[in-house]
Design a protein around this ligand. Structure first.
Ligand code: IMP
Ligand code: MG
Length: 201
């Protein structure tokens, strides 16, 4: 696999590593996902449920690639657990405004790593009696997780590197990069430990 540098002027930032998904690749794949979702949900427009904060950039682009009268809601979750490991116990920091009863819910996620957050969300949302519940994840850490996690729509499978950009952050930074790249900086002071734990895997 050849290493791709991030485009100029971002290549001057030593904390940004290999380019994982370029702006063009994102645009092309999201257009494809939008077409498939438009076909799959014809006659039953979905309620898009974005998982904050990471999904906000993806959700904005994906929604504009879907040619249906979609509706939007957002929820924010925080994972309990030690700095180095997700426990799978998730706390809802901001809940949905819209009642899910009878709705066709499409959860929009930035990245699925262990899948624990998503497993919790799925259980929680299913208990609210939606007519259907599917997941669209931009990134999956290991492609082979897709079957286990029943991810209906996936943008890209990526390797174990911790990544930033296109909504994904390290300590709230880099969400506005127009591409996804590896984060090669050291663990900045005050981080919650997410970087070292994921990067070690
Ligand atoms: P999971 O419960 O292990 O699947 O964790 C998923 C969550 O961890 C995502 O929604 C992200 O917020 C965060 N996360 C996992 N990997 C990365 C990464 O490489 N960069 C930024 N955030 C990540
Ligand atoms: Mg995060």
């Amino acid at each position: 696999m050849s290493l791709r540098p991030v485009p100029s002027p971002f290549d001057r930032n030593p904390d940004l590593g290999e380019l994982m998904v370029s702006e063009d690749e994102l645009a092309q794949r999201i257009a494809e996902l939008g077409k498939v979702i438009t076909d799959d949900y014809a006659g039953r427009p979905p309620l898009l449920v974005g998982v904050l904060k990471g999904a906000f950039v993806f959700m904005a682009d994906l929604a504009r690639a879907i040619d249906l009268p979609v509706e939007f809601d957002f929820m924010a979750v925080a994972s309990y657990g030690s700095a180095t490991k997700t426990s799978g116990v998730v706390r809802i920091v901001k809940d949905l405004d819209i009642d899910l009863t009878g709705r066709h819910v499409l959860v929009v996620e930035d990245i699925v790593d262990s899948g624990l957050t998503l497993a919790y969300l799925r259980r929680n949302l299913l208990s609210r009696s939606p007519a259907s519940l599917e997941v669209c994840a931009l990134l999956v850490r290991r492609g082979d997780l897709v079957a286990d996690l029943e991810l209906r729509y996936v943008g890209f499978g990526i390797p174990s590197d911790f990544v930033v950009g296109y909504g994904l952050d390290v300590a709230e930074r880099y969400r506005n990069l127009p591409f996804v790249c590896a984060y090669s900086g050291s663990d900045p002071a005050g981080l919650d430990g997410t970087v070292p734990s994921v990067a070690r895997r």
